[in-house]
Design a protein around this ligand. Structure first.
Ligand code: NDP
Length: 449
């Protein structure tokens, strides 16, 4: 296995995040390969770490002043053993092939855990929607889709949103796809309700994260009532994670963006959260403005000279990172343990680095990795696809009940797999093993393709 990892690193030396994601999975599925020699003979690890297809393309667009810009577009179609490729699109200046490959790789296991028939993929661009006008974002999305449309379809590959891609971007992308293909189909998820979207899809990742975390707490006969929670991010996942936590009686005291974070010791109420939603989704402002609006809050800007993130260094029982990858390092994790944190549930993808994960596991924290804890978003995307195929729209309660059932089942599956491989309570191993076994068995059934 070490050989496989070093080959992956030699082949693509600059894809750091992809190496990190692969190493985590390989480490935890080793006992599965030891038990099943056929997996080794069939080179399943080598196959599952190589994307089925990588698409990279030029995205030219013009800004409001008539200036031409060129961005790079990506779609990594990682694995279609159990269903059409499914996974979001990320628009952020940090996007490169290594990041998209790591996200696509994680997505394969996550989608497998949801119990729905979805393969794994991910895409995006190094385009930064921040500070752009609606017209500029529209022109970019149209140009992006004018290439992507030939690679996707409701039975082939169904993208969705991620960082920088919300309802506005999905609308522009869908409009262009429809025009080019002359077809109204469920080719994207996260659509608006009036044209094929599902109720609860915007809420799903955040709500699902809290449902998963509540299941973890329940194993120690605890609930969120009265617990202090640190949440990072202030976008889609953070907003709905905070909303559900508040509803369950928790005290949420932090939110952040890439410029800094706010600490509100009095707790973020439903009313204050509504201010954040308008600030972020409508006015597209900065989280700093929260502290200007509410005097109970203190704003701390990012300090790149620090070796830790001060957001994670406050007294709390629960931590729910919902911003981006590697936002928690070993120093942060040690601070959390010292401050009495008992639970970490990841709304973001791979927010904890390997040193942090080791500390969580060594200290027996309830640690829910992103590919299990944030699977609610893609699960409801799967439900949106099902509704689109039937041309039906299920009521809110029905979708929410299904989401809860799916998160319950993912939690049970992780615990069961961890138990079977003698690492009880280790959700990382459980999620990786359960996701892996289902996908590789499907690959073997389908022959060497
Ligand atoms: P949004 O774009 O809605 O929000 C992202 C938030 O994270 C913003 O507050 C943003 O701040 C912050 N952020 C982004 N990049 C950085 C960075 N490099 N450093 C610090 N803060 C940063 O995205 P989502 O809420 O959709 O996604 C958040 C996380 O959840 C991602 O890891 C994503 O992959 C994951 N996820 C999302 C799902 C979904 O359904 N949307 C599903 C499953 C996982 P700023 O505004 O300053 O950029």
């Amino acid at each position: 296995m070490e050989k496989i990892i070093s080959q992956i690193k030699e082949k693509d030396p600059n894809q750091r995040e992809f190496h990190q994601a692969v190493e985590e999975v390989v480490e935890t599925v080793k006992p599965v390969l030891d038990r099943n020699l056929e997996y080794r003979r069939q080179a399943v690890l080598e196959r599952i770490t190589e994307p089925e297809r990588v698409i990279m393309f030029r995205v030219p667009w013009m800004d409001d002043d008539g200036q031409v810009h060129i961005n790079r577009g990506f779609r990594v179609e990682m694995n279609s053993a159990i269903g059409p490729y499914k996974g979001g699109l990320r628009f952020h200046p940090s996007v490169n092939l290594g990041i998209i490959k790591f996200l696509a790789f994680e997505q394969v296991f996550k989608n497998s855990l949801t119990t729905l028939a979805m393969g794994g993929g991910k895409g995006g661009s190094d385009f930064d929607p921040k500070g752009k006008s609606d017209a500029e974002v529209m022109r970019f999305c149209q140009s992006f889709m004018s290439e992507l449309y030939r690679h996707i379809g409701p039975n082939t590959d169904v993208p969705a949103g991620d960082i920088g891609v919300g309802a506005r971007e999905i609308g522009y992308l869908f409009g262009m796809y429809k025009k080019l293909k002359n077809e109204f189909t469920g080719v994207l998820t996260g659509k608006s309700l009036a044209w094929g979207g599902s109720l609860i899809r915007p809420e799903a990742t955040g709500y699902g994260n809290v449902y998963f975390a509540a299941e973890m707490l329940q194993t120690r006969e605890q609930t969120f009532e009265g617990k202090t929670c640190l949440v990072s991010g202030s976008g889609n996942v953070a907003q709905f994670t905070a909303e559900k936590l508040i509803e369950l009686g928790a005290r949420v005291v932090t939110l952040s963006d890439s410029s800094g974070y706010i600490l509100d010791e009095e707790g973020i109420t439903a009313e204050k959260l509504q201010f954040v939603k308008t600030l972020k989704n409508v006015r597209r402002g900065r989280i700093r403005e929260y502290a200007e609006e509410y005097k109970s809050a203190v704003y701390t800007p990012v300090d790149p000279s620090l070796n830790h993130n001060p957001l994670w260094n406050h007294k709390a029982e629960c931590v729910l990172p919902c911003a981006t990858e590697n936002e928690i390092n070993g120093v942060d994790a040690a601070n959390m343990v010292r401050n009495g944190v008992v639970l970490v549930s990841e709304g973001a993808n791979m927010p904890s680095n390997p040193a942090a994960i080791d500390i969580f596991i060594d200290n027996r924290l309830l640690y829910g990795p992103g590919k299990a804890a944030n699977a609610g978003g893609v699960a409801v995307s799967g439900l949106e696809m099902a509704q689109n195929s039937m041309r039906l729209s299920w009521p809110k309660d029905e979708v929410d009940t299904r989401l809860k059932q799916i998160m319950h089942s993912i939690h049970k599956t992780c615990l069961h797999a961890a138990e079977e491989y003698r690492v009880p309570g280790n959700y990382v191993a459980g999620a990786n093993i359960a996701g892996f076994v289902k996908v590789v068995n499907a690959m073997l059934d389908q022959g060497l393709v």
